[in-house]
Write a protein that binds this ligand. Structure first.
Ligand code: SF4
Ligand code: SF4
Length: 384
């Protein structure tokens, strides 16, 4: 049992160095093209220092904070699946010479990766993808290699966004397991530090290489208060009581026509979703027929090709595709994997170009009004 520790901001680079010295490539949030994305970090200066994000249905904007928070934002368009479940993977290549056919298996590498800044909802999403890729009869070897080698430094959210609803999905905003280290960022004027919890023996070893001290009771209480305040700030909520039966009994609800009139079938919601895992395969050959490749690529249930079976698409209409996606996420996923397919990260709401809101659609099918809470007014630090 490790007591919580305090890691001061001025020593934060030691954490990155400790990870790098152990041979890990450190990936985390950074600002690029007006958004916070995940990429390789050289030092803490690469983090979104002093930036926060504002989100609403179909809207995302970065703005400066009045402090130098390293993790003062919610989540961006990318999730950790881009590292664990790549968007494009070559499965094999084949060469033909005369009548001889040679198939070359791919040797996929799995670098040692450290994920810094993983949110609680994202930890739950990784756990869901673990079930998909590792929990069944067929194990994805590439996912397995990447996942087993990954170190996770979780950072509890210090504020929630307008499209967040992880609290109602029991997926956040505070992590209780699944991490090697978990941090809560605390800023009080010039006093800037991280309450640090150890989740695994590896996390404890890494922390030993970083200057830290035991957390005082008052500092632990401050972290608990931040966790509670963030849970209260959720911009949205999803009532999950009986949700599986609700959706199973409402395949013909008129709301599916309503949402179909708005949905563009662009597939953004599936691309940004940290749990969506569907793929397709693409074969290409050269013009001489001597060389061929097979690629696995992310796919979306919003394309008509996705359900194409011997002569036609099973889900030919927009209505059937949206209904399939939402019913899978919130109902059939439970039968398939034993959990919901949604962790309430809000990305599908923010990055839907027409602002379709999964929480609003569920409430409409329940026969209730608009479910969203009025966003709490926030100060310049993003605090309600
Ligand atoms: S369905 Fe939407 S809110 Fe739920 S996990 Fe996926 S992107 Fe996040
Ligand atoms: S719900 Fe929104 S993001 Fe998803 S396919 Fe329709 S328009 Fe695109």
């Amino acid at each position: 049992m490790h007591e919580p520790s305090i890691l001061r901001r001025e020593h934060f680079d030691q954490l990155l160095d400790a990870l790098k010295n152990r041979g890990y490539q450190v990936f985390g949030p950074t600002v690029r093209d007006g958004a916070i994305v995940y990429d390789e970090l050289g030092s803490a200066a690469d983090l979104p220092v002093g930036w926060t994000d504002e989100q609403e249905g179909g809207a995302y904007r970065l703005r400066k904070r009045n402090d130098t928070a390293l993790f003062g934002y919610v989540v961006g368009p990318q999730s950790w699946k881009k590292f664990l479940h790549h968007s494009a993977v070559r499965l094999w290549q084949a060469n033909r010479s005369g009548t001889k056919l040679q198939i070359g298996e791919e040797r996929q590498t799995a670098p040692k990766m450290a994920f810094l800044g993983v949110r609680a909802c994202e930890l739950h999403a990784i756990a869901i993808q673990d079930k998909v890729f590792l929990g069944g009869y067929f194990v994805d070897p590439l996912y397995k290699a990447r996942r087993e080698g990954a170190v996770i430094v979780e950072v509890n959210c210090g504020q929630a966004g307008n499209t967040c609803f992880c609290a109602s999905m029991n997926a956040g905003p505070t992590a209780t397991s699944g991490f090697d280290l978990a941090l809560t960022e605390i800023i009080e004027g010039a006093d800037h530090y991280f309450m640090t919890e150890v989740g695994t023996p590896l996390g404890a070893e890494i922390l030993l290489e970083v200057l830290h001290r035991p957390a005082e009771q008052s500092e632990q209480e401050k972290a608990v208060n931040i966790h509670a305040r963030t849970a209260q700030q959720m911009g949205r909520a999803l009532d999950t009581v009986g949700i599986k039966e609700l959706l199973y009994h409402n395949y013909e609800h008129p709301r599916w026509d309503d949402v179909a009139a708005r949905c563009l079938t662009c597939g953004n919601c599936t691309m940004v979703c940290p749990t969506c895992f569907c793929t397709t395969v693409e074969d290409t050959t050269d013009l001489k027929g001597e060389y061929a490749e097979r690629w696995q690529r992310w796919d979306s249930c919003f394309t008509s090709d996705f359900s194409y079976t011997h002569g036609g698409s099973v889900r030919a209409t927009v209505k059937s595709r949206y209904r399939q996606w939402m019913t899978h996420k919130l109902a059939t996923w439970i039968d398939q994997f034993g959990t919901s397919g949604c962790v309430g990260c809000g990305r599908c709401i923010t990055w839907c170009p027409v602002g379709i809101d999964i929480t609003e659609e569920v409430h409409a099918i329940r026969g209730n009004g608009r479910p969203t809470k009025a966003p709490a007014e926030k100060d310049d630090h993003g605090n309600a």
